[in-house]
Design a protein around this ligand. Structure first.
Ligand SMILES: Cc1cc2nc3c(=O)[nH]c(=O)nc-3n(C[C@H](O)[C@H](O)[C@H](O)COP(=O)(O)O)c2cc1C
Length: 353
Protein backbone atom coordinates (compact mmCIF):
# COMPACT_ATOMS: atom_id res chain seq x y z
CA UNK A 1 0.00 0.00 0.00
CA UNK A 2 1.37 3.41 -0.97
CA UNK A 3 -0.93 6.37 -0.45
CA UNK A 4 -1.00 9.50 -2.61
CA UNK A 5 -3.77 12.01 -3.32
CA UNK A 6 -4.59 9.98 -6.43
CA UNK A 7 -4.76 6.56 -4.76
CA UNK A 8 -7.13 8.08 -2.18
CA UNK A 9 -9.24 9.77 -4.89
CA UNK A 10 -9.87 6.56 -6.83
CA UNK A 11 -9.52 4.03 -3.99
CA UNK A 12 -6.52 1.98 -5.14
CA UNK A 13 -3.47 0.63 -3.28
CA UNK A 14 -0.61 1.60 -5.61
CA UNK A 15 -0.05 4.76 -7.70
CA UNK A 16 0.34 2.68 -10.86
CA UNK A 17 -1.97 3.03 -13.86
CA UNK A 18 -1.98 0.77 -16.90
CA UNK A 19 -2.60 3.09 -19.87
CA UNK A 20 -5.52 2.68 -22.24
CA UNK A 21 -4.20 1.28 -25.53
CA UNK A 22 -6.51 1.40 -28.49
CA UNK A 23 -6.35 -1.53 -30.87
CA UNK A 24 -7.50 -4.17 -28.39
CA UNK A 25 -4.20 -4.18 -26.48
CA UNK A 26 -5.57 -3.09 -23.09
CA UNK A 27 -8.01 -5.98 -22.91
CA UNK A 28 -10.48 -6.65 -20.06
CA UNK A 29 -8.06 -9.41 -18.92
CA UNK A 30 -5.14 -6.98 -18.65
CA UNK A 31 -7.23 -4.27 -16.98
CA UNK A 32 -8.63 -6.66 -14.37
CA UNK A 33 -5.21 -8.15 -13.58
CA UNK A 34 -3.75 -4.69 -12.87
CA UNK A 35 -6.76 -3.60 -10.82
CA UNK A 36 -6.92 -6.86 -8.87
CA UNK A 37 -3.29 -6.27 -7.84
CA UNK A 38 -4.17 -2.83 -6.45
CA UNK A 39 -3.16 -0.67 -9.44
CA UNK A 40 -5.60 0.95 -11.87
CA UNK A 41 -6.30 -0.72 -15.22
CA UNK A 42 -7.80 1.35 -18.04
CA UNK A 43 -9.97 0.16 -20.93
CA UNK A 44 -9.47 1.99 -24.26
CA UNK A 45 -12.93 2.69 -25.62
CA UNK A 46 -12.25 5.74 -27.82
CA UNK A 47 -13.19 4.17 -31.17
CA UNK A 48 -15.82 1.71 -29.96
CA UNK A 49 -19.58 1.80 -30.53
CA UNK A 50 -21.96 2.05 -27.53
CA UNK A 51 -22.71 -1.69 -27.83
CA UNK A 52 -19.01 -2.60 -27.82
CA UNK A 53 -18.45 -0.26 -24.86
CA UNK A 54 -21.14 -1.95 -22.79
CA UNK A 55 -19.72 -5.37 -23.64
CA UNK A 56 -16.13 -4.38 -22.69
CA UNK A 57 -17.22 -2.69 -19.44
CA UNK A 58 -19.42 -5.59 -18.35
CA UNK A 59 -16.75 -8.15 -19.21
CA UNK A 60 -14.22 -6.25 -17.07
CA UNK A 61 -16.73 -5.78 -14.25
CA UNK A 62 -17.17 -9.56 -14.22
CA UNK A 63 -13.40 -10.02 -13.78
CA UNK A 64 -12.75 -7.50 -10.98
CA UNK A 65 -14.60 -5.77 -8.19
CA UNK A 66 -11.74 -3.25 -7.83
CA UNK A 67 -11.79 0.22 -9.43
CA UNK A 68 -10.70 0.54 -13.07
CA UNK A 69 -10.95 3.42 -15.55
CA UNK A 70 -12.27 3.73 -19.09
CA UNK A 71 -10.85 6.10 -21.70
CA UNK A 72 -12.61 8.10 -24.42
CA UNK A 73 -11.57 10.49 -27.20
CA UNK A 74 -12.78 14.09 -27.28
CA UNK A 75 -12.50 14.62 -30.99
CA UNK A 76 -13.73 17.76 -32.57
CA UNK A 77 -16.30 17.20 -35.29
CA UNK A 78 -14.65 18.11 -38.56
CA UNK A 79 -16.06 18.40 -42.02
CA UNK A 80 -14.75 15.73 -44.36
CA UNK A 81 -12.00 17.41 -46.38
CA UNK A 82 -12.61 17.90 -50.10
CA UNK A 83 -9.82 15.87 -51.67
CA UNK A 84 -9.07 15.18 -55.31
CA UNK A 85 -6.16 13.65 -57.16
CA UNK A 86 -4.32 16.99 -57.13
CA UNK A 87 -4.50 17.39 -53.35
CA UNK A 88 -1.10 17.07 -51.69
CA UNK A 89 -2.50 14.62 -49.10
CA UNK A 90 -3.66 12.28 -51.87
CA UNK A 91 -0.71 12.75 -54.24
CA UNK A 92 1.68 11.68 -51.49
CA UNK A 93 -0.17 8.38 -51.01
CA UNK A 94 -0.66 7.41 -54.68
CA UNK A 95 2.80 5.78 -55.07
CA UNK A 96 1.94 3.41 -52.17
CA UNK A 97 -1.43 2.59 -53.73
CA UNK A 98 0.32 1.83 -57.03
CA UNK A 99 3.06 -0.23 -55.45
CA UNK A 100 0.56 -2.27 -53.46
CA UNK A 101 -1.90 -2.68 -56.37
CA UNK A 102 -4.75 -0.87 -54.64
CA UNK A 103 -7.47 0.70 -56.77
CA UNK A 104 -6.82 4.45 -56.39
CA UNK A 105 -10.50 5.30 -56.69
CA UNK A 106 -11.00 4.23 -53.05
CA UNK A 107 -8.93 7.28 -52.11
CA UNK A 108 -11.90 9.44 -53.06
CA UNK A 109 -14.47 7.12 -51.56
CA UNK A 110 -15.10 9.15 -48.38
CA UNK A 111 -17.97 7.07 -47.07
CA UNK A 112 -16.59 6.85 -43.56
CA UNK A 113 -17.29 9.74 -41.23
CA UNK A 114 -16.33 10.79 -37.73
CA UNK A 115 -15.60 8.54 -34.78
CA UNK A 116 -18.58 7.26 -32.75
CA UNK A 117 -20.56 10.08 -31.11
CA UNK A 118 -19.11 10.93 -27.67
CA UNK A 119 -22.56 11.57 -26.13
CA UNK A 120 -23.80 8.10 -27.01
CA UNK A 121 -20.53 6.61 -25.74
CA UNK A 122 -21.08 8.45 -22.43
CA UNK A 123 -24.66 7.16 -22.22
CA UNK A 124 -23.37 3.63 -22.77
CA UNK A 125 -20.88 4.07 -19.93
CA UNK A 126 -23.60 5.48 -17.66
CA UNK A 127 -25.64 2.32 -18.25
CA UNK A 128 -22.84 0.29 -16.60
CA UNK A 129 -21.20 0.56 -13.17
CA UNK A 130 -18.11 2.48 -14.28
CA UNK A 131 -16.72 4.96 -11.75
CA UNK A 132 -13.69 6.58 -13.47
CA UNK A 133 -13.55 8.09 -16.97
CA UNK A 134 -10.37 9.48 -18.55
CA UNK A 135 -10.29 11.61 -21.70
CA UNK A 136 -7.68 12.35 -24.34
CA UNK A 137 -7.51 14.73 -27.34
CA UNK A 138 -9.41 17.57 -25.66
CA UNK A 139 -11.71 18.86 -22.95
CA UNK A 140 -15.18 17.29 -22.80
CA UNK A 141 -18.13 19.71 -22.88
CA UNK A 142 -19.44 21.18 -19.59
CA UNK A 143 -22.65 19.13 -20.12
CA UNK A 144 -20.68 15.88 -20.28
CA UNK A 145 -18.59 16.76 -17.21
CA UNK A 146 -21.76 17.70 -15.30
CA UNK A 147 -23.55 14.50 -16.32
CA UNK A 148 -20.62 12.33 -15.22
CA UNK A 149 -20.25 14.12 -11.90
CA UNK A 150 -23.98 13.93 -11.20
CA UNK A 151 -23.49 10.18 -11.48
CA UNK A 152 -20.53 10.31 -9.03
CA UNK A 153 -18.03 9.47 -11.76
CA UNK A 154 -14.44 10.69 -11.39
CA UNK A 155 -13.37 12.68 -14.45
CA UNK A 156 -9.72 12.78 -15.55
CA UNK A 157 -8.43 14.73 -18.55
CA UNK A 158 -5.06 14.57 -20.33
CA UNK A 159 -2.65 17.45 -21.00
CA UNK A 160 0.64 17.78 -22.86
CA UNK A 161 1.65 21.21 -21.53
CA UNK A 162 0.97 23.41 -18.50
CA UNK A 163 -1.71 25.46 -20.32
CA UNK A 164 -3.69 22.35 -21.20
CA UNK A 165 -3.34 21.11 -17.62
CA UNK A 166 -4.69 24.43 -16.26
CA UNK A 167 -7.62 24.24 -18.67
CA UNK A 168 -8.35 20.67 -17.57
CA UNK A 169 -8.46 21.78 -13.93
CA UNK A 170 -10.69 24.76 -14.80
CA UNK A 171 -13.03 22.42 -16.70
CA UNK A 172 -13.62 20.22 -13.67
CA UNK A 173 -11.00 17.51 -14.08
CA UNK A 174 -10.51 15.70 -10.74
CA UNK A 175 -6.89 14.81 -11.63
CA UNK A 176 -4.80 15.38 -14.73
CA UNK A 177 -2.71 12.99 -16.81
CA UNK A 178 0.47 14.76 -17.92
CA UNK A 179 1.59 13.17 -21.17
CA UNK A 180 5.23 13.84 -22.03
CA UNK A 181 6.48 13.93 -25.60
CA UNK A 182 8.28 10.63 -24.96
CA UNK A 183 4.93 8.79 -24.65
CA UNK A 184 4.00 6.03 -27.08
CA UNK A 185 0.92 6.33 -29.30
CA UNK A 186 -1.07 9.47 -30.04
CA UNK A 187 -0.33 12.84 -28.51
CA UNK A 188 -3.23 14.05 -26.36
CA UNK A 189 -2.56 17.67 -27.42
CA UNK A 190 -5.45 20.01 -28.15
CA UNK A 191 -4.03 23.53 -27.83
CA UNK A 192 -1.14 22.66 -30.16
CA UNK A 193 -0.73 20.08 -32.93
CA UNK A 194 1.45 18.03 -30.57
CA UNK A 195 4.56 18.07 -32.74
CA UNK A 196 6.64 19.34 -29.84
CA UNK A 197 6.42 19.76 -26.08
CA UNK A 198 8.19 18.76 -22.86
CA UNK A 199 9.18 15.27 -21.76
CA UNK A 200 7.25 13.78 -18.84
CA UNK A 201 9.69 14.90 -16.10
CA UNK A 202 9.82 18.52 -17.25
CA UNK A 203 6.06 18.60 -17.85
CA UNK A 204 5.49 17.46 -14.26
CA UNK A 205 7.58 20.37 -12.98
CA UNK A 206 5.85 22.91 -15.24
CA UNK A 207 2.31 21.66 -14.66
CA UNK A 208 2.76 21.35 -10.88
CA UNK A 209 3.00 25.14 -10.79
CA UNK A 210 -0.16 25.51 -12.87
CA UNK A 211 -2.55 23.07 -11.15
CA UNK A 212 -3.48 21.93 -7.64
CA UNK A 213 -5.34 18.71 -8.58
CA UNK A 214 -3.51 15.34 -8.40
CA UNK A 215 -1.09 14.78 -11.29
CA UNK A 216 -0.32 11.60 -13.20
CA UNK A 217 2.95 11.35 -15.13
CA UNK A 218 3.02 9.38 -18.37
CA UNK A 219 5.57 8.90 -21.14
CA UNK A 220 8.69 6.76 -21.19
CA UNK A 221 8.09 5.22 -17.74
CA UNK A 222 9.04 1.54 -17.82
CA UNK A 223 9.97 0.51 -14.25
CA UNK A 224 9.34 1.12 -10.54
CA UNK A 225 12.47 3.23 -10.03
CA UNK A 226 11.14 5.72 -12.58
CA UNK A 227 7.72 5.69 -10.90
CA UNK A 228 9.40 6.42 -7.53
CA UNK A 229 11.32 9.33 -9.07
CA UNK A 230 8.14 10.89 -10.46
CA UNK A 231 6.40 10.43 -7.09
CA UNK A 232 9.36 12.02 -5.28
CA UNK A 233 9.11 14.92 -7.74
CA UNK A 234 5.46 15.48 -6.87
CA UNK A 235 3.45 13.14 -9.14
CA UNK A 236 0.49 11.38 -7.53
CA UNK A 237 0.65 8.39 -9.89
CA UNK A 238 2.29 7.15 -13.10
CA UNK A 239 0.62 5.72 -16.20
CA UNK A 240 2.48 3.11 -18.28
CA UNK A 241 1.55 2.07 -21.81
CA UNK A 242 4.47 0.60 -23.71
CA UNK A 243 5.64 -1.49 -20.73
CA UNK A 244 2.23 -3.24 -20.79
CA UNK A 245 2.37 -3.61 -24.60
CA UNK A 246 5.08 -6.22 -24.05
CA UNK A 247 2.87 -8.36 -21.80
CA UNK A 248 1.19 -11.58 -22.94
CA UNK A 249 -2.27 -10.12 -22.31
CA UNK A 250 -1.71 -7.33 -24.89
CA UNK A 251 -1.67 -10.03 -27.60
CA UNK A 252 0.35 -7.75 -29.86
CA UNK A 253 0.57 -8.97 -33.48
CA UNK A 254 3.68 -11.15 -33.93
CA UNK A 255 5.32 -8.82 -36.50
CA UNK A 256 4.74 -5.77 -34.25
CA UNK A 257 6.16 -7.58 -31.22
CA UNK A 258 9.18 -8.69 -33.26
CA UNK A 259 9.89 -5.07 -34.26
CA UNK A 260 9.60 -4.03 -30.60
CA UNK A 261 11.91 -6.80 -29.44
CA UNK A 262 14.54 -6.09 -32.13
CA UNK A 263 15.22 -2.69 -30.49
CA UNK A 264 16.63 -1.51 -33.80
CA UNK A 265 14.49 1.45 -34.80
CA UNK A 266 14.40 4.83 -33.10
CA UNK A 267 10.99 6.26 -32.32
CA UNK A 268 9.63 9.41 -33.96
CA UNK A 269 6.50 11.54 -34.00
CA UNK A 270 4.51 11.07 -37.20
CA UNK A 271 1.10 12.36 -38.28
CA UNK A 272 1.19 10.46 -41.58
CA UNK A 273 -0.66 7.39 -40.32
CA UNK A 274 -3.80 9.01 -38.84
CA UNK A 275 -3.53 12.81 -39.17
CA UNK A 276 -2.65 13.26 -35.49
CA UNK A 277 0.92 13.16 -34.22
CA UNK A 278 1.78 9.85 -32.59
CA UNK A 279 5.02 8.24 -31.42
CA UNK A 280 5.87 5.19 -33.51
CA UNK A 281 8.90 3.13 -34.46
CA UNK A 282 10.56 5.11 -37.21
CA UNK A 283 10.16 3.26 -40.54
CA UNK A 284 10.09 3.75 -44.32
CA UNK A 285 6.54 5.17 -44.36
CA UNK A 286 7.09 7.64 -41.51
CA UNK A 287 10.34 8.85 -43.09
CA UNK A 288 9.10 9.12 -46.69
CA UNK A 289 5.86 10.84 -45.70
CA UNK A 290 7.43 13.40 -43.36
CA UNK A 291 7.57 16.24 -45.93
CA UNK A 292 3.92 15.88 -46.92
CA UNK A 293 0.82 17.44 -45.40
CA UNK A 294 -1.55 14.92 -43.83
CA UNK A 295 -5.36 15.10 -43.91
CA UNK A 296 -6.88 15.87 -40.48
CA UNK A 297 -7.51 13.09 -37.94
CA UNK A 298 -9.24 10.70 -38.42
CA UNK A 299 -9.42 11.06 -42.25
CA UNK A 300 -5.72 10.47 -42.84
CA UNK A 301 -6.27 7.17 -41.05
CA UNK A 302 -8.99 6.29 -43.54
CA UNK A 303 -6.85 7.29 -46.52
CA UNK A 304 -4.01 5.10 -45.28
CA UNK A 305 -6.15 2.17 -44.07
CA UNK A 306 -6.02 0.40 -47.46
CA UNK A 307 -2.24 0.71 -47.42
CA UNK A 308 -2.12 -0.90 -43.97
CA UNK A 309 -4.37 -3.82 -44.91
CA UNK A 310 -2.53 -4.55 -48.16
CA UNK A 311 0.90 -4.09 -46.54
CA UNK A 312 -0.07 -6.51 -43.74
CA UNK A 313 -1.21 -9.04 -46.36
CA UNK A 314 2.07 -8.66 -48.27
CA UNK A 315 4.16 -8.59 -45.06
CA UNK A 316 5.49 -5.10 -45.92
CA UNK A 317 5.74 -4.04 -42.30
CA UNK A 318 7.66 -0.82 -43.07
CA UNK A 319 4.27 0.71 -43.98
CA UNK A 320 2.58 -0.02 -40.64
CA UNK A 321 2.43 2.14 -37.51
CA UNK A 322 4.12 0.39 -34.60
CA UNK A 323 3.15 2.64 -31.67
CA UNK A 324 5.92 2.77 -29.06
CA UNK A 325 7.20 5.08 -26.34
CA UNK A 326 10.72 6.49 -26.51
CA UNK A 327 11.95 4.03 -23.82
CA UNK A 328 10.52 0.94 -25.51
CA UNK A 329 13.88 -0.84 -25.54
CA UNK A 330 13.47 -1.32 -21.76
CA UNK A 331 10.35 -3.44 -22.37
CA UNK A 332 10.37 -7.09 -21.28
CA UNK A 333 8.17 -10.02 -22.33
CA UNK A 334 6.19 -11.18 -19.29
CA UNK A 335 2.66 -11.44 -17.99
CA UNK A 336 0.72 -8.37 -16.86
CA UNK A 337 0.74 -9.91 -13.38
CA UNK A 338 4.52 -10.23 -13.26
CA UNK A 339 5.02 -6.69 -14.64
CA UNK A 340 2.62 -5.16 -12.11
CA UNK A 341 4.15 -7.09 -9.19
CA UNK A 342 7.67 -6.07 -10.30
CA UNK A 343 6.62 -2.41 -10.56
CA UNK A 344 5.17 -2.57 -7.03
CA UNK A 345 8.34 -4.20 -5.63
CA UNK A 346 10.65 -1.74 -7.39
CA UNK A 347 8.55 1.24 -6.33
CA UNK A 348 8.50 0.06 -2.73
CA UNK A 349 12.24 -0.51 -2.51
CA UNK A 350 13.04 2.75 -4.35
CA UNK A 351 10.85 4.77 -1.99
CA UNK A 352 12.61 3.25 1.05
CA UNK A 353 16.13 3.87 -0.26
C1 LIG B 1 -0.44 1.18 -28.51
C2 LIG B 1 -0.86 2.40 -27.75
C3 LIG B 1 -2.19 2.80 -27.80
C4 LIG B 1 -2.61 3.94 -27.05
N1 LIG B 1 -3.94 4.27 -27.05
C5 LIG B 1 -4.37 5.29 -26.24
C6 LIG B 1 -5.76 5.58 -26.09
O1 LIG B 1 -6.62 4.93 -26.69
N2 LIG B 1 -6.11 6.60 -25.26
C7 LIG B 1 -5.18 7.33 -24.55
O2 LIG B 1 -5.55 8.23 -23.80
N3 LIG B 1 -3.87 7.08 -24.68
C8 LIG B 1 -3.44 6.07 -25.49
N4 LIG B 1 -2.10 5.80 -25.57
C9 LIG B 1 -1.15 6.64 -24.83
C10 LIG B 1 -1.02 6.20 -23.37
O3 LIG B 1 -2.16 6.60 -22.64
C11 LIG B 1 0.19 6.81 -22.67
O4 LIG B 1 0.15 8.22 -22.76
C12 LIG B 1 1.51 6.32 -23.22
O5 LIG B 1 1.48 4.95 -23.48
C13 LIG B 1 2.61 6.64 -22.21
O6 LIG B 1 3.88 6.45 -22.74
P1 LIG B 1 4.66 5.03 -22.70
O7 LIG B 1 4.03 4.27 -23.83
O8 LIG B 1 6.05 5.40 -22.94
O9 LIG B 1 4.37 4.40 -21.38
C14 LIG B 1 -1.66 4.67 -26.30
C15 LIG B 1 -0.32 4.26 -26.27
C16 LIG B 1 0.08 3.13 -26.97
C17 LIG B 1 1.52 2.70 -26.87
Amino acid sequence: MFKTRFTKLVGIQWPIIQAPMIGGYSSPEMVSIVSNLGGLGTLALGNLTPEQIIQQCNQTLSLTDKPFAVNLFVSQKRTIPELNKYSQEVKALIPYYQQLDIDESVLFDQKTTNLPDLNSQIDAILSTNITIVTFTFGIPSPEIVKKLKQNSIIVIMTATNAEEAALAQKSGSDAVILQGINAGGHRASFLTDGNGGPKADLLLKQASQAVSIPTISTGGIMNGEQIALHIKNGADACQLGTAYLFTDEAKVESYYLEALLEHEADTCLSNSFTGKYARVLSNQFSKEMKPYRAAPFPYQGQLTSHIRSKATEKKLYEYLPFWAGASYSLGRRQTAESLTKTLIDELTSSMIS
